[in-house]
Design a protein around this ligand. Structure first.
Ligand code: 4AD
Ligand code: MG
Length: 482
């Protein structure tokens, strides 16, 4: 018998009495008799029963926490509680020893901060196994969702020359010798000498290229890594994160909101339907964590409750101007409990977003029509409105409980002259965006799109408190280990 059976399959349809070979990592070894074995295919362990008298002494000593073993034997009904079947082993082989004196992990609860320093071993824990299986599930569901709706997956470049968000938070890409930089006659760095013959950076968003796709293929989406050199050490920010950016010709801001809501619900429903076992692991973890927190630090909802909060509610839709009015009339505002000011023209902070979702509406909220001054140059300028003290653009942010913004998007400015004027106002060099402007000159169309922060969504679905714990190898300020 050569081929191994995965533990997920052993447990799904146990063929009692049949011979089976399993391979995996030891999660526990009790009484020199019961091994809890996990191979990553499921959160559940298989109980492997060994007869210590029959095993060579050399092997018994090596059945340690997180050692890798192969076990061959017969599947039998289990008399112990907690499992229906067990493997009665007649052979055990050590594939990879794990000396408990030297191994950095211990068979006990360890903090997330500690496990981050052991990113090469943390996927072997129950929590991270569940997180990374769900991360995979969400990625798969994203492709399935858009494929089923007739979107095309467009690969936007990782190295670009443009700053899509105009926020100047880019990582430079260069092959120039930093100790001997070529200079122009006026003394500036001569980027013409660089690899691409121009200044380049890692992309902050695939949107501008997705617009090219939408104005030819109709409906496209990008799904790739994006990079932001913002120095934000928060539980919701990464310097390298993945973004999904659908972009649709002929959509306006309302079509855009409909798609965003349907998309969020689909992803969460998918995980609820197919990954209930992993969710149960994470739900239990969260309960345990919450128990140790003071009451005012606890979350408004449990994990499954928070997922149903999104799936079972219609998202509330309000304008930015209405949001400001609601916030200014709110209790925390009047009692001076918000840290940041609430004033027309200022951006909403996470505390304001969470108030709207968790207290005011008790459902996810989509805020639209933000002041032009606080949003990116490409958003479509709205007609003036008597209630609004300044210009607004057709922007939209989708807000969730706990984490605030998961999606940011807009209808795009398709009018060439309006766009050109905006580009000049904000001071972006026109020649960098010549092709973007030409899209408005030749066969342009109204269009819209948005970006979902992949890790923010995975964070929400898994209930993890820190975004660094939902990506295998987090990149944050002063941290690029592994
Ligand atoms: O709101 P943002 O900046 O929008 C864009 O980049 C647009 N180009 C999207 C589009 O219209 N095609 O980013 C979109 C989402 C945010 O809502 C947030 O969920 C996530 O990306 N995000 C981050 N996630 C983790 N770490 C960061 N530093 C993030 N910055 C944004
Ligand atoms: Mg945003």
């Amino acid at each position: 018998m050569k081929s191994r059976t995965e533990i997920k399959d052993v447990l799904k349809a146990p063929a009692l009495g049949s011979a089976v070979l399993v391979k995996g990592w030891v999660r526990a070894f009790r009484n020199n008799r019961f091994i809890a074995l996990n191979d990553g295919s499921t959160p559940h362990n298989l109980q492997v029963v060994v007869d210590a008298d029959k095993l060579p002494e050399g092997i018994l000593r090596k059945i340690n926490f997180h050692a890798c073993i192969a076990a061959k034997g017969t599947l039998a009904e289990s008399l112990g509680s907690g499992q229906a079947v067990e493997l009665v082993a007649d052979e055990v082989h050590i594939l990879g020893e794990c000396n408990p004196e030297e191994y950095p992990l211990q068979p006990k609860r360890q903090t997330m901060e500690f496990l981050r320093t052991k990113a090469h071993f943390r996927p072997r824990t129950n929590t991270f196994g569940a997180v990374f299986r769900i991360r995979h599930a969400v990625a798969y569901a994203i492709h399935k969702y858009y494929n089923d709706l007739g979107f095309y997956y467009l690969h936007s470049p990782i190295i670009t020359g443009s700053d899509a968000e105009g926020a100047g938070e880019m990582f430079r890409v260069t092959t120039l010798d930093l100790n001997h930089l070529p200079r122009t006659e006026s003394g500036e760095i001569d980027w013409k000498e660089d690899f691409f013959g121009r200044s380049t950076n890692l992309t902050v968003s695939g949107q501008l290229q997705a617009e090219i796709g939408a104005l030819a293929l109709g409906k496209v989406y990008t799904f790739g890594p994006t990079f932001r050199a913002e120095n934000s050490n928060t539980p919701r920010h990464l310097a390298e994160f993945w973004m999904i950016e659908p972009e649709m010709a002929f959509y306006d801001i309302y079509d855009n909101m409909d798609l965003a809501e349907d998309f969020c619900k689909y992803l969460i429903r998918y995980v609820l339907e197919y990954y209930a076992d992993d969710l149960a692991v994470l739900d239990a973890r969260l309960r345990e964590e919450e128990k140790n927190l003071p009451a005012d630090k606890r979350r408004p909802m449990g994990l499954l409750e928070q997922l149903h909060f999104v799936v079972d509610n219609n998202f509330e839709r309000i304008t930015y101007t209405e949001a400001i009015r609601l916030l200014q009339n709110s209790k925390p505002y009047k009692k001076g409990q918000f840290e940041f000011p609430v004033e027309w023209g200022r951006d909403l902070q996470a505390e304001h977003e969470r108030y709207l979702v968790e207290k005011e509406f008790k459902k996810p909220v989509i805020v639209r029509n933000y002041p032009q001054a606080i949003k990116a140059f490409y958003m479509r300028l709205n007609d003036p409105h008597p209630d609004e003290p300044g210009c607004t653009v057709a922007a939209m942010d989708v807000l969730f409980p706990g984490i605030g913004e998961v999606i940011g998007g807009s209808q795009r400015e398709e009018r060439h002259d309006v766009l050109l004027q905006r580009i000049r106002e904000v001071g972006i060099p026109e020649e960098e965006l010549w092709w973007y402007l030409e899209l408005r000159k030749f066969g342009g169309a109204p269009h819209a799109g948005f970006g979902l922060g992949f890790e923010r969504m995975v964070q929400f679905i898994t209930g993890m408190g820190n975004i660094r714990d939902v990506i295998p190898f987090p990149r944050t300020p002063k941290n690029a280990e592994f």
